[in-house]
Design a protein around this ligand. Structure first.
Ligand code: AHG
Ligand code: MN
Ligand code: MN
Ligand code: MN
Length: 334
């Protein structure tokens, strides 16, 4: 019985990644080790986020040793940086929280570079709404000292990408270039268990997700597109609007239910808000791996070549057909 097998033959994320690696005989387990350190960071942040609401009651804030309680995003960043450095598998780390990239000391260096947003969705932290961690993994070019060029690579060069959502449950979604798989943390086991094998995004969705408060500054194609979501002219039903304001949560819903997530550029912010390396790329990578698309208004998102580590880009991502519509509107502009 398939359901029984599921319950007794637990596919942990570690087992899953080790299985995948047997397809690459040249690999020596470095990727599994790196990933286990990322997973550790996610588990830590999950626990910290779950306790955050109780912090006041339990007197955790402003505690004892003179050091004020660290903000959750700063704390999460420290945990990830330390976990990644101690993995011995990384050379360069780029975090949303740090202005400069971290170059790992030679003795602890490895072949991977990790770009990440340790805790995204900061406006949702204090009210207990879902937030998440986003990450992408590159490999350094062989045979030279690591330089920033190793991370200023197009998204198509990523080896893996994923996110962890701290929501009603803790869900880690990962792609290592062969589809997308979702794992849910079983708190009693402390393990991520495969719960969403081979995620495919519906070809077309019924939901659009955007901060409409920026509408007065939008360009023509974005304005037309959102108008058509509300007042379709092809006889279809209007789309529903859902917007949490946490990219991880909005993208997760888009991935599972279908539809489109937009953070367009506008007159005030021509490049939108979201960061190429650790927001736009990982999510675009996952969308493509799940059968969807990701577009910047000018090009395929993963083809961007960032020039700065904290660069921003407009992004439209989600169901294949829905993104195709906005691509057509931009093409018609030219
Ligand atoms: P931050 O990186 O500062 O936590 O911002 C969160 C991001 C992303 O999670 C979300 O999609 C977007 O900002 C929401 O921005 P708006 O509040 O402008 O809609
Ligand atoms: Mn922040
Ligand atoms: Mn962010
Ligand atoms: Mn952040």
């Amino acid at each position: 019985h398939a359901a029984d097998a599921h319950r007794t033959d637990l596919m942990t994320i570690t087992r899953f990644v080790l299985n995948e690696q047997t397809k690459h005989p040249e690999s020596r387990g470095d990727f599994s080790i790196l990933l286990s350190h990322i997973v550790l960071g996610c588990k830590f942040v999950c626990t910290a986020v779950n306790k955050a609401g109780l912090a006041k009651l339990l007197g955790l804030a402003g505690e004892t040793n003179g050091e004020d309680q660290k903000k959750l995003d700063v704390l999460s960043n420290e945990v990830f940086i330390k976990a990644l450095v101690s993995s011995g598998r990384t050379s360069i780390l780029v975090s949303e929280e740090d202005e400069e990239a971290t170059f790992v000391e030679p003795a602890k260096r490895g072949k991977y570079c990790v770009v990440f947003d340790p805790l995204d969705g900061s406006s949702n932290i204090d009210c207990g709404v879902s937030i998440g961690t986003i990450f992408g993994i590159y490999m350094i070019k062989d045979g030279h000292e690591p330089t920033l060029d190793d991370v200023l690579q197009p998204g198509t060069n990523m080896l893996a990408a994923g996110y962890c959502m701290y929501g009603s449950s803790c869900t880690l979604v990962l792609s290592t270039r062969s589809g997308v798989n979702g794992f849910t943390l079983d708190p009693s086991l402390g393990e991520f268990i495969l719960t969403h094998p081979d995620i495919k995004i519906p070809k077309k969705g019924k939901i659009y997700s955007v901060n409409e408060g920026n509408a007065k500054n939008w360009d023509g194609p974005t304005t037309k597109y959102v108008q058509s979501c509300k007042y379709p002219t092809d006889g279809s039903s209007p789309k529903s609007l859902r917007y949490i304001g946490s990219m991880v949560a909005d993208v997760h819903r888009t991935l599972l239910y279908g539809g489109i997530f937009l953070y367009p550029g506008d007159k005030k912010s021509p490049n939108g808000k979201l960061r190429v390396l650790y927001e736009v790329f990982p999510m675009s990578f996952l969308m493509e791996q799940a059968g969807g698309q990701a577009f910047t208004g000018k090009q395929r998102a993963l083809d961007l070549v960032p020039e700065k580590i904290h660069e921003r880009a407009p992004i439209f991502l989600g169901s294949y057909d829905d993104v195709e519509e906005i691509k057509n509107l931009y093409a018609a502009e030219e």
